[in-house]
Design a protein around this ligand. Structure first.
Ligand code: FAD
Ligand code: PHB
Length: 391
């Protein structure tokens, strides 16, 4: 049977970054991923990196491309009642900013770094099953082309996302907090130059819409839809008409249109599983928690988790002390719940809710009006949006 120090399930941002940080500390790992390499790289998801995430990428030697190609943004716009209002995040937070750089680019950079180390990264493995983590002989069982394999390890890191196997392996001993939202996002990637240099979050009578981007030539746009919206009912013309209706403002601003390169629908949920450590099984990223994307926090929380986890594992291997591993969950949950609160707040402030009354909409507009006219309120949004430094 093969042996490694840390068995990592999932080659998303969390699993790949953990493997990379462990490698830098001389700790061996095996990464197992159920999907193929192209699928993992092409999956279009997050785009907003907190400064802590960019600092982590740079500090661990995988930041060259994000520094070269990432787009630093110092503000965002909130649009409502036909007007856009800028929140100057950098001025309000003493110089912090976010960077626009696609999650798939982060994943591409991390896969390249992993391959260069020669440490194992297996795509398209089947039937991954964590075993023995309640005792002191954990192991990962899996199949490759139908053949069974097993890797013995000291710890198992569950970085396998919301639908992975690791969280459920801990069974009923985890406590789960959950909230589903009665709407989703229809997202597109369009070959069109961004018509605003910063993101626009719009609360419109017809529903929420978001203007974002990936590069100077590619715009990313989202509109609120039903959680189970049928994409077949959304030909390109309907998508553009709806985006224009929800995003254009009285000053004449509107998104540029172009060829639609990708479309998808995502549901929205808030979810936390506690604790994040179960004996020798450690959960990180979406495997442990999900936030609705309105706060742009999911990928950043995953990065904060693995940064802390890598330090805790390094302390264990260097000194034999379990102290940081014992604290891993409590410290992570504090950050997680703050991000949950912020993401829930952004979501409920900006979306139409089926069954709401005119009172609810007027209350939202009043909240937005207060937000963009109070320095204290804007500072609170800015601090949460740019994120606090990782521990
Ligand atoms: P994942 O990326 O889900 O990776 C888990 C990996 O494990 C996957 O590759 C999966 O294939 C693999 N896996 C699953 N099961 C198994 C198994 N049994 N065995 C082996 N491997 C397995 N976050 C932000 O911070 N900012 C944003 O702007 C933002 N926007 C978003 C927009 C959308 C439309 C969506 C859907 C999400 C967005 N997010 C955003 C959230 C962000 O994408 C996730 O939080 C992030 O992907 C979490 O990374 P992860 O590595 O924990 O999980
Ligand atoms: C994105 O660009 O994909 C994006 C931006 C901001 C969000 C969510 C997603 O809040």
């Amino acid at each position: 049977m093969r042996r490694t120090q840390v068995g990592i399930v999932g080659a998303g941002p969390a699993g790949l970054m953990l493997g990379h940080l462990l490698h830098l500390r001389g700790i061996d790992s095996v990464i197992l991923e159920v999907r193929g390499r192209e699928y993992v790289i092409d999956r279009v998801r997050a785009g907003v990196l907190e400064q802590g995430t960019v600092d982590l990428l740079r500090g661990s030697g995988v930041g060259d491309r994000v520094l070269r190609e990432g787009m630093r943004h110092e503000g965002i716009y909130l649009a409502f009642n036909g007007r856009r209002h800028r929140i100057d995040m950098t001025a309000l937070t003493g110089g912090r900013a976010i960077t626009i750089y696609g999650q798939n680019e982060v994943v591409k950079d991390l896969i390249e770094a992993r391959v260069a180390t020669g440490r194992p990264l297996h795509f398209e493995v089947g039937d991954v099953a964590p075993h023995g983590f309640e005792g002191d002989a954990p192991a990962l069982r899996f199949t490759v082309d139908g053949e069974p394999h097993e890797v013995a390890c000291d710890f198992i890191a569950g970085c396998d996302g919301f639908h992975g196997v690791c969280r459920s392996a801990a069974g009923n001993d985890l406590r789960v907090y959950e909230r589903e939202y009665p709407f989703g996002w229809l997202g597109i990637l369009a070959k069109a130059a961004p018509s605003s240099s910063e993101l626009v979050y719009s609360n419109h009578e017809r529903g929420f819409a978001l203007f974002s981007m990936r590069s100077p030539a590619v715009t990313r746009l989202y509109l609120q839809c039903a959680p189970d919206e049928d994409l077949a009912e959304w030909p390109d013309e309907r998508i553009w008409a709806e985006l224009q209706a929800r995003l254009q403002t009285d000053d004449g601003w509107h998104p540029n249109e172009g060829e639609i390169l990708q479309k998808g629908v995502t549901g929205m949920r808030s979810f936390v599983a506690e604790p994040m450590r179960y004996h020798r099984l450690l959960l990180a990223g979406d495997a442990a928690h999900i936030v609705p994307p309105t706060g742009a926090k999911g990928l950043n929380l995953a990065m904060a988790d693995v940064s802390r986890l890598a330090s805790a594992l390094a302390a264990f291997y260097e000194t034999g002390s379990m102290r940081l591993l014992d604290e891993y969950s409590d410290r992570g949950l504090r950050r997680t719940w703050r991000a949950q609160r912020f993401s829930w707040w952004m979501t409920t402030m900006l979306h139409r809710v089926p069954g709401e009354t005119p009172f609810d909409y007027r209350r939202q507009l009043a909240e937005l009006d207060y937000l963009v006219s109070s320095r204290a309120a804007m500072t609170s949004l800015a601090e949460n949006y740019v994120g606090t430094p990782f521990e």
